[in-house]
Design a protein around this ligand. Structure first.
Ligand code: PXG
Length: 293
């Protein structure tokens, strides 16, 4: 069976799931989105993703055309319709169709779609051996322009950095903010560990308030580690004991090499390994039931 897409509340086959060429999501990147996971029949952190989606929409004064409760129900229904247990869910809300000018007032109604697909996992090798990454020369958008706290459809900034990662034949790139402080990666948040303390950049530096980031901070505190949100530079990264990335798709993934320099002893560190385990335990046991009742 092919994928069934939820197109503005209607189920359609993948081939029929098309949007207008006048949609401002396409014309201008005017819209917001979420990437969500389900594990073994449960949607992980659904409420948190819904909250962030509606907050991002509010930040760009866009009214999501359905209520939060309805959106949750539509997400669950879409996963059920595709008979998935482990999935990656993309929820997109666009400004909708307007005219060729950029004025959102010409777009009478926002438009949404939901894709629930089976997930291609990162190979286990990366969790066991760690990732090599680079620091991109492309700087993260400044918060006074397009604030990285808004999960908008405008990802060109991140894509430019991703191209640098591709050129360097690594999977991720670290992005600095305008002042040179570490902000985040193209699709992941970043942590370093120094002397047993977890440190991640504060969101005002220019990073998304990642849902995995928040979950990992809480987990680390429960495990008795000190955590802090404070600015740091690439030098702090190079001399860190451990480093890892967090994201819905990547989960918790160790970084063992940055700009061809080894981090720590060049192997995933003990605290990172503990957090990977604790995060897996959490994703395997928590979440909104998809097939209940
Ligand atoms: N920073 C950015 C810029 C992101 O896009 C994260 C951090 C991690 O946030 P969560 O809430 O997922 O912990 C993201 C989200 C992909 C892909 O295909 C990844 C994201 C978005 C879109 C696509 O890898 N990551």
């Amino acid at each position: 069976m092919g994928l069934i897409i939820n197109l503005n509340g209607k189920f359609v086959r993948k081939e029929k799931a098309v949007v207008s060429v006048f949609d401002h999501g396409l014309l201008y990147g005017d819209g917001v989105f979420e990437g969500i996971r389900s594990y073994n029949g449960r949607v992980f952190k659904l409420d948190e993703h819904i909250e962030r989606l509606y907050t991002s929409a509010k930040a760009i004064t866009m009214t999501v055309p359905v209520s939060k409760e309805k959106m949750k129900a539509e997400i669950i229904a879409t996963i059920r319709r595709n008979k998935l247990k482990d999935s990656y869910i993309r929820v997109v809300v666009t400004r909708g169709a307007g005219d060729l000018g950029l004025n959102p007032l010409k777009c009478p109604k926002a438009f949404y779609f939901i894709i629930a697909a089976s997930i291609t996992l990162y190979p286990e090798k990366f969790y066991k051996e760690g990732l090599a990454v680079i620091c991109a020369s492309t700087r993260r958008n400044i918060p006074e322009a397009v604030n990285p706290m808004i999960k908008s459809l405008n990802y060109l900034n991140n894509i430019l950095a991703k191209l640098e990662a591709n050129n360097a034949e690594v999977l991720e790139a670290i992005m600095l903010n305008r002042e040179g402080y570490v902000a985040e990666c193209t699709g992941d948040n970043i942590f370093i560990i120094k002397n047993g303390e977890l440190i991640t950049p504060p969101t005002y530096i220019g990073a998304l308030e990642g849902i995995t980031r928040d979950a990992v901070i809480k987990l680390a505190r429960e495990l008795g580690y000190k955590t802090s949100e404070k600015p740091f530079t690439m030098v702090d990264m190079y001399i860190a004991d451990e480093c890892f990335l967090t994201g819905t798709a990547a989960e918790v993934i160790p970084v063992i090499n940055i700009d061809t320099r080894h981090i720590g002893n060049g192997k995933p560190g003990p605290i990172t390994r503990k957090l990977i385990e604790a995060y897996r335990e959490m994703t395997g046991t928590q979440g909104t039931e998809i097939y209940a009742s």
